[in-house]
Ligand binder design. Structure first.
Ligand code: PHE
Length: 454
């Protein structure tokens, strides 16, 4: 394969502008990006926290009304600009200012991956613990989890995650990202269905299902709406440049509207099925669904220990999480890799090694800040790990979402052509992108940054 000189900021050129997904491969890769730790680790505990079914309904509305239009906008920018987010914005607008704004979309995924890989590593460690039965030896799940995250072991697993992610990206778009998603996503679906059947056939599962599906509208608050919107963004991988970068590898003939719908529905269905696993399981075993990030690593092991073949199902559950996390990590790493290849002219292997190593290193303090040797890294009551998550999810993500909506809504003339919608759908889309999405995203940002409260 000939590695060409970087394209700089001109149209075309550059090896990466020729890399392409197949149409089916693109949908799988984008679903792989969307479906991740967000769906299984974050979604259940915030749903538990904000009232179950009512929150799920809000999340669905946010995802359909705001998430999908922004997703289409990101895919269109990527395919139109044929580059990393920053370069694409410059190409489409002809202005360097947009490229500078787009730069935050490059930094975001790099930083988020540094801690995302840490949690992905936890899931791998727990898969091993569960299959070997070690998870259930002491019966003290809180103690086990606290000891684990307080040790250096998470750094080892974080390293493994970065190694695997880097390896896949190194193979390229179609031989790496696409092929790997084609293997993992069907595996993911099978695991998911096995676990849904397991959870729904537990005795007394109905109460958990009811909590998840019977909305209590008195629980709806402005705060829960903003959390739902923020999560819809995170869950669809928006505001992190991932969908723009994947969009750059999409064939011109593919329908972006159809792809947007497939990705959105895939993500929603996955969140729904994840709820059908988590809520019956927590209810049957009398565990607190709203207990926070520890839900998956503390409450669920207790549940698995008490069910027949629990070690096996527990192992499958953590493998499922690890698969989902890897396909998302791949999409996060591809963003900065595409950027340095394009702007600095590095070859893919060189870019992958350097970016992965840097990402691993900046993640180590996060990994150690939860009770380990880095627990001194605590500011204002939050560990470094929590700060990185907070800043990326609540500040960087809505901010870059805002930049994209303003760009597509007001600055880019070619949006209609690239999106390829019918006149009527285009009007609906533009209305959402121009007027609804920016206002709501701004509200999420102001709220998350603590500048407004309810
Ligand atoms: N959507 C992923 C999840 O739900 C996280 C992610 C965010 C991945 C942004 C890529 C970009 O876990």
């Amino acid at each position: 394969m000939k590695e060409q000189h970087p394209s700089g900021l001109s149209e075309g050129g550059g090896e990466q502008s020729k890399e392409r997904f197949s149409s089916y491969g693109f949908i799988l890769a984008a679903i792989g990006s969307a479906v991740g730790l967000g769906n299984m680790w974050k979604f259940p505990y915030i749903t538990g926290l904000y009232g179950g079914a009512a929150f799920f309904l809000l999340f669905t509305i946010c995802l359909l009304l705001v998430g999908l239009p922004v997703l289409l906008a990101e895919l269109a920018v990527g395919r139109g600009g044929r580059g990393n987010p920053s370069t694409s914005l410059i190409r489409l607008s002809g202005s360097k200012l947009w490229g500078r704004l787009g730069f935050i979309t490059i930094l975001g995924p790099f930083v988020i991956l540094s801690f995302y890989a840490v949690v992905a590593g936890w899931t791998m460690h727990y898969a091993v613990l569960s299959f070997t039965g070690k998870l259930f030896e002491s019966g003290d799940y809180t103690g086990l989890f606290t000891n684990f995250i307080g040790s250096w072991l998470p750094v080892f697993w974080q390293f493994i995650v970065m190694l695997l992610t880097g390896f896949i990206i190194m193979l390229g778009v179609s031989a790496g990202i696409e092929r790997f998603n084609k293997i993992l996503i069907p595996g993911l679906v099978i695991l998911l269905l096995v676990l849904v059947v397991r959870a729904l056939t537990l005795e007394g599962a109905g109460e958990g299902v009811a909590f998840f599906l019977r909305p209590d509208f008195s629980k709806l608050t402005a705060e829960s709406a903003l959390v739902a919107l923020g999560h819809a963004f995170f869950s669809l991988s928006l505001g992190m440049g991932a969908m723009i970068t994947y969009g750059a590898y999409v064939d011109k003939r593919q329908s972006l509207g159809g792809a947007t719908l497939a990705i959105g529905l895939g993500d929603l269905l996955y969140a729904f099925l994840a709820g059908l696993i988590i809520f019956p399981t927590t209810f049957v075993f009398d565990l607190e669904a709203s207990q926070g990030p520890g839900l998956v690593f503390v409450a669920l092991p207790a549940a698995f220990s008490a069910m027949p073949l629990g070690a096996f199902f527990g192992g499958l559950f953590f493998v499922l999480l690890a698969f989902a996390a890897l396909t998302s990590a791949v999409s996060l790493l591809e963003v900065p890799v595409a950027f340095v290849r394009e702007v600095l002219g590095w070859s893919r292997p060189f870019a992958v090694v350097l970016v992965s190593a840097a990402c691993f290193l900046i993640g180590v303090p996060s990994a150690l800040s939860l009770g380990g040797d880095g627990s001194g890294l605590n500011f204002g009551g939050k560990s470094l790990f929590d700060w990185v998550d907070f800043i990326c999810s609540n500040i960087v993500l809505p901010l870059s979402g805002l930049i994209i909506t303003l760009f597509v809504g007001y600055a880019w003339k070619g949006a209609a052509e690239e999106a390829g919608l019918t006149v009527w759908w285009f009007r609906v889309w533009m209305f959402m992108i121009r007027f609804v999405a920016p206002v709501l995203v701004l509200l999420v940002f102001l709220y998350s940054a603590g500048l407004i409260s309810f």
